[in-house]
Design a protein around this ligand. Structure first.
Ligand code: NAD
Length: 254
């Protein structure tokens, strides 16, 4: 039985993780961590340090906030707790720095997107990137999302840039009119990224590739937070025998 601590258990994603772990046969919720908790039937703590002191668990799952996730990992990783992180907003440099705090045999697994469909969307984008001079990423999320652009959009743009041996001129960036800077999106590794925030969306992303006389659009929709759970459970099941920093659900999908 894998014992799981859920940081952010009272939040939207954390609640879904608690339900998914509870429903799985091979794992259980050992405790929840959240300074703004709610009534539940497992032990709860306000901080990761208190949880390590007061409970025993193999894996920490973190779906908290960009401003607090690094602090949580700075406590959990040196204590030898494997971490499965979905909270976005951490740069690759920061993830490497955090992973270096962990003893040998402890894993920091971060996935900017835990939906298998979104991972495939990124893989398809990577495959298409060398054949199209232009690429644009447009992501759509609910209004309460705490970071823009999304971690998935940033990762997609980086994968597109890495997959091609040229840098796009991102045409039109220089034509933005005064007072409307940003109309062509923000550039992530030379790829324009646009963020839409609106009620009605959970998480949608389109990648539009352009070449002479043709466009290719790859689109993924998450209709419900349960779409993330198979990926989170895959992470929990795999981190135990891994070490160091692992980024991306695709690492466990092959
Ligand atoms: P939310 O605001 O609903 O929940 C966050 C929870 O974290 C809250 O209950 C809050 O009280 C709690 N919290 C705050 N500080 C804390 C701390 N120090 N320790 C423990 N808990 C703390 O947010 P959400 O919609 O559930 O999203 C959480 C994060 O997950 C966001 O960064 C979001 O972008 C990310 N996310 C990632 C994926 C993915 O696939 N990687 C998918 C969806 C959301």
């Amino acid at each position: 039985m894998i014992k799981v601590a859920v940081a952010g258990y009272a939040g939207r994603m954390g609640s879904a993780v608690v339900d998914a772990v509870t429903a799985a046969d091979d794992m259980e919720v050992a405790c929840g961590i959240d300074p703004f908790g709610k009534d539940v039937d497992f032990p709860t703590f306000e901080t990761v340090a208190e949880a390590i002191e007061g409970a025993s668990f193999d894996v920490l799952v973190d779906f908290t906030q960009p401003s607090v996730v690094a602090g949580n990992l700075e406590v959990a990783l040196p204590a030898g707790v494997d971490c499965v992180v979905g909270t976005t907003g951490l740069s690759n440099e920061k993830l490497e720095e955090l992973a270096s705090l962990a003893p040998e045999g402890t894993c920091l697994f971060y996935a900017p997107n835990f939906t298998t469909g979104a991972v495939l969307m990124m893989q398809f984008a990577k495959a298409a990137a060398p054949f199209f001079p232009e690429a644009e990423v447009i992501e759509f999320h609910h209004c309460n999302k705490k970071d823009a652009p999304s971690g998935t959009a940033v990762r997609t743009a980086q994968m597109i840039a890495d997959a091609r041996d040229f840098t796009s001129a991102a045409p039109g960036k220089e034509t933005e009119i005064a007072g409307c800077e940003g109309a062509r999106g923000t550039l992530v590794d030379g790829v324009p990224v646009h963020s839409v925030r609106s009620m009605g969306f959970v998480a949608t992303q389109e990648v539009i590739f352009g070449s002479m006389g043709q466009t290719l659009t790859i689109k993924h929709d998450s209709w419900d937070r349960s779409s993330y759970m198979p990926g989170v459970l895959l992470g929990i099941r795999n981190v135990g025998d891994k070490s160091g920093l692992i980024i991306g659900l695709e690492s466990f999908m092959n």
